[in-house]
Design a binder for this molecule. Structure first.
Ligand code: NAD
Length: 257
């Protein structure tokens, strides 16, 4: 209980979620890691603990309403407040030409990335509306500014849907002083490739896109999770108190090619 702020971080065991969890813990938040892969979350939690921070782990599949609802309830029961929801867990899912993508692959990606956003926000509202707070959704440049990632039609649709949902939620929840924003990273060096499956003949439909010196104008390399975590911390904090309903691109101009 008490006045120390609390943050839920989904996909907190790896990549962007891990970096954000460490950043928020370092900045004094109690951090609840929602993860499918508990082992990964455990390592992050132990690191937070050894640095003097406070954490808890909930084994939550973010596309499962019961798990989401009980996970959020457990955080509130343990800490008495929820200030920040970083809705970040997501997958690339199956990458395939539209003609060859199975409906079940489409459903899995949409449920993991988009339905989860609705579920997390829905079940966080009853607790967050008591004190206000910040919801940050990890979308992507894909689906809003970049459309050349051939094979990513389900992924990009989920990421575009998250932005529209974010804007609806920002207006609806402003009365509760809950801010809702989305971050749109370009390529970031994480473990996301591990949950990516390629199907069918992608070369048949691929379009080559190349900048003269590679496809990353600013640094000619993917971003790193810590750069994204700095933005998450900014959006979580009072430094962004007048920002809501906005998507912020963090991609070194990759999506402007
Ligand atoms: P990552 O694979 O390193 O981390 C994602 C974590 O989410 C993993 O630990 C995974 O176990 C967890 N997860 C997956 N499905 C889950 C589920 N159903 N329930 C609970 N946890 C689940 O990937 P990342 O790159 O850090 O991805 C985080 C977010 O960033 C995703 O939403 C992704 O779409 C987005 N993103 C990533 C990039 C990139 O280039 N890495 C670019 C733009 C957006």
């Amino acid at each position: 209980m008490g006045e120390q702020k609390t943050a839920i971080v989904t996909g907190g065991g790896s990549g962007i979620g891990k970096a954000a969890a460490l950043k928020l813990a370092e900045q004094g938040y109690r951090v609840a890691l929602f993860e499918l892969k508990e082992e990964r979350a455990r390592e992050v939690g132990e690191f937070i603990d050894s640095s003097g921070g406070t954490y808890m782990i909930e084994n939550v599949d973010v596309s499962n309403e019961e798990k989401v609802a009980s996970g959020i309830r457990h955080v509130f029961e343990k800490w008495g407040r929820i200030d920040v929801l970083f809705d970040n867990a997501g997958i690339n899912g199956t990458i395939a030409p539209i003609e060859e993508m199975e409906a079940s692959d489409w459903d899995h990606t949409i449920q993991t990335n988009l339905k989860s956003t609705f579920l997390l926000v829905k079940h966080a509202i009853p607790y967050m509306k008591e004190v206000g707070g910040s919801i940050i959704i990890t979308s992507s440049i894909n689906g809003s500014r970049t459309f050349s990632n051939i094979g990513f039609s389900a992924y990009s649709s989920s990421k575009a849907g998250q932005i529209t949902f974010m804007k609806m939620a920002a207006l609806e929840l402003a009365r509760y002083k809950i801010r809702v924003n989305a971050i749109c990273p370009g390529a970031v060096d994480t473990n996301i490739g591990q949950n990516t499956e390629e199907k069918g003949n992608l070369d048949k439909v691929r379009i080559p896109v190349e900048f003269p010196n590679g496809d990353k104008p600013l640094e000619n390399a993917p971003g790193n999770p810590e750069q994204i975590a700095d933005l998450v911390y900014f959006l979580a904090s009072e430094h962004s108190s007048h920002i809501t309903g906005t998507e912020i691109y963090i991609d070194g101009a990759e999506s402007l090619l």
